[in-house]
Design a protein around this ligand. Structure first.
Ligand code: PEP
Ligand code: MN
Length: 339
């Protein structure tokens, strides 16, 4: 921590700060400038009391932390990329992973037809919401437990692994019993109690970035899960809310590059929620690959015009097939494997 004092602070008030720094367990190193004094406080910020409380002293201008607030998720604690094992599918390694499927599970036919197509084109994981966080209570809320049964059927028939959203603490146990990856949605991105409950299942957790969440907050949310002993976290950028109206959200690819640098956890991009427009999904997938994403989460529906949720952003089977063929050369060029 660095404590910056106000200009022309008298000697006795500088001494007061130095004593406080010592009292809080740090070794103070004052640096006296022409006008201003700065006190470098040496000590491990993870085990000592934060010095931010010194801001209350009138002679203190500001206190600047040196270490990151997230620890277990940071590259400082683990420099090599983490590879998360999803029941035999590795995410974050050399293989690029595609997770695809409908926004919502709607029927057996809809889910199974989609599962078979996406698997034949190389997807390893099937997405589909059984519990849907809808803005309006009058919109389709998902099939709930029946939706989970359909996802299990699809896994049995295709061998695809399953990712599905868990909306509340109440549902964690039974969703975890069906899913291979628990999805924490943007609306629950900072629901810390839910994060802790999900962490306890030891299942891989795909943690979406909240729609107005800073990168640091996103990484700290992941820290909640790791600090409870579950290292299996996938960070997912899904667009943030901005002033722009041409897109539903603004897909923040810079955040992917930054999170990749800050953290060893795998980075997933969801271009579907990310822009809310089917016509942009392909080009955003290419961008995601270019900035170093490890996997994509894409909404695919047999007939998007008839979808019960997010119809405007889901791509049909033909566009999904085109997308995969367009991604292949980029994957080859970036040295990533894709089956
Ligand atoms: C979804 O994946 O369908 C979804 C609701 O995502 P988000 O939480 O990112 O809005
Ligand atoms: Mn959706």
């Amino acid at each position: 921590m660095i404590v910056i004092l106000r200009p022309n602070t008298p000697k006795e008030l500088i001494e007061e700060v130095i004593k406080e720094v010592e009292k809080l367990g740090y070794t103070p190193h004052p640096i006296h400038g022409e006008l201003q004094t700065v006190v470098a406080a040496i000590g491990d910020e993870r085990i000592h009391h934060t010095l931010e409380s010194l801001n209350v002293l009138p002679q203190v201008d500001r206190v600047i932390p040196v270490q990151k607030r997230y620890k277990l998720v940071s590259r400082e604690s683990k420099s090599e990329d983490s590879v998360i094992d999803v029941d035999g599918v590795a995410i974050g390694g050399r293989e690029f992973v595609i997770m695809a499927g409908p926004c919502s599970v709607e029927s057996e036919d809809q889910l199974l037809s989609t599962a078979k197509i996406v698997r034949s084109l190389g997807a390893k994981i099937l997405r589909g919401g059984a519990y849907k966080p809808r803005t309006s209570p009058y919109e389709f809320q998902g099939l709930g437990k029946h939706g989970l049964r359909l996802l299990e059927t699809a896994r049995k028939e295709t061998g695809l692994k399953i990712i599905t959203e868990v909306l509340s603490e109440r549902d964690v146990e039974h969703v975890a019993a069906s899913a291979d990856i628990l999805q924490i949605g943007a609306r629950n991105a900072q629901n810390y109690q839910l994060l802790v409950e999900c962490a306890k299942t030891r299942k891989p957790i795909l943690l979406k970035r909240g729609m107005s969440e800073r990168i640091e907050e996103w990484l700290l949310a992941a820290e909640y899960i790791l600090s409870k002993g579950n290292p299996n976290v996938l960070l997912c950028e899904r667009g943030i809310r901005t002033f722009e109206t041409y897109t539903r959200n603004t897909l923040d690819l810079a955040a992917v590059a930054i999170a990749k640098r800050e953290s060893h956890l795998p980075l997933i991009v969801d271009p579907s929620q990310g822009c809310g427009r089917a016509d942009l999904v392909k080009v955003l997938c290419r961008g995601a690959l270019a900035v170093g994403a490890d996997a994509l989460l894409i909404e695919v529906h047999p007939c998007p015009a008839e979808a019960l949720s997010d119809g405007q952003q889901q791509i049909d089977f033909d566009v999904f097939a085109q997308l995969i063929s367009e991604l292949r050369p980029i994957l080859n060029a970036t040295g990533r494997m894709f089956v």
